[in-house]
Design a protein around this ligand. Structure first.
Ligand code: KG4
Ligand code: ZN
Length: 320
């Protein structure tokens, strides 16, 4: 079994996954509430909380799987990209556990982890396919050629899709993290009530910063009372603009690469409107869209482990 660890942002997560991709346990302890009052993740606060949570979360993952460290034959951990202080906590914990049992360690790229969320049981997707990875930090269109090889076709020129959701939610006076809040509120709103622009950028890239500015002006023009009355319409219209931009690029990418299968992963793949806009796409299960450690363990199945004790000097990286 593989013990996976993930601490790149504000989720402390541990999971046990078999070599066949069966999830034996997956624990995610979200710090969202802790950061909500600041309206976003505070890196130093996140690191300290990871430090408190990492050992109990590993214990819980082992307990849930009815396993001990005896049953683990390698450790997988997110090495980057993410908040450097947060990553270091997971990496240090992974090294310590691996070193104490003389186990090999697999450093995993967080974005490869999101793609590998599609390779878990009970319905693993087999490459090749076109994949939209949309999270709080990244928006990328990938041509996934094999379990260990993908080509970047497009990415965001400014904000990530999840960031656009989070910043939009903030403008609308909703809580953090904003994507889920907008998703929920949008059900009560009219997506055609406001005309928000979808940026046209060349190729298969994305851009969301103009959209955020358009929402800012709409909110300002409405005033406090108007915002109160139209909040659901704003959420629905704003969400529709993001979803349209994403879905359009997925369709263009599929056409350009001749891929007949498409998949969506990352936190934004949990969005109900996006899932509805791409009915033929394989979406990662909801619990595996947002950050978790099962996807990290899953990605480790196709990576070369570093033998004991070669990983002790391994460093985390903030960006790719
Ligand atoms: O993948 P993830 O958990 O963390 C990163 O790697 O960034 O993605 C988090 C992002 C946040 O921006 C959050 O607002 C967004 O995913 N998100 C959603 C939904 N659930 C989470 N966005 C839109 N609709 C949702 N239902
Ligand atoms: Zn993520």
């Amino acid at each position: 079994m593989i013990l996976g660890l993930e601490t790149s942002c504000d989720e402390t997560a541990a999971a046990l996954v078999t070599d066949e991709g069966e999830i034996r346990s997956s624990i995610v302890s979200s710090q969202a509430e802790l950061h909500a009052r600041y309206g976003g993740v505070v890196p130093e606060v996140a690191s300290r909380r990871h430090l408190e949570l990492v050992t109990p979360v590993i214990r819980e993952a082992l307990g849930d799987a009815d396993a001990t460290l005896e049953d683990v034959d390698r450790i997988a951990v997110t090495q980057g990209p993410g908040l450097i202080g947060a990553l270091l906590v997971g990496l240090a914990a992974a090294k310590a556990v691996a070193w104490s049992r003389h186990l090999p360690l697999v450093p995993v790229d967080h974005l490869d982890g999101h793609v590998a969320s599609l390779y878990l049981q009970p319905d693993p997707l087999e490459p090749p396919f076109l994949c939209l990875l949309a999270s709080g930090g990244h928006t990328m269109l990938l041509d996934v050629r094999s379990h260990s090889e993908h080509v970047l076709l497009g990415s965001t020129l400014d904000d990530a899709a999840g960031e656009a959701f989070d910043k939009g939610a903030r403008l609308l006076g909703l809580g953090y993290p904003g994507g889920r809040e907008i998703d929920r509120l949008a059900h009560d709103g009219n997506p055609n009530a406001f005309e928000f622009p979808v940026a046209r950028v060349p190729g298969l890239d994305f851009s969301f910063s103009g959209l955020k500015t358009a929402l800012l002006y709409a909110v300002r023009d409405l005033g406090a009372e108007g915002l109160e009355a139209r909040r659901a319409d704003l959420a629905a219209s704003y969400q529709q603009a993001i979803v349209r931009a994403l879905a359009e690029r997925v369709r263009e990418g599929a056409k350009g690469t001749n891929r007949d299968r498409v998949a969506i992963v990352g936190g934004v793949a949990a969005n109900s409107a996006l899932r509805a806009a791409l009915p033929d796409a394989t979406a990662a299960p909801l619990a595996l869209c947002t950050d978790n450690a099962a996807m990290i363990a899953s990605a480790a199945r196709w990576a070369e482990p570093l033998p004991y004790p070669r990983y002790l000097a391994l460093d985390a990286y903030a960006s790719r």
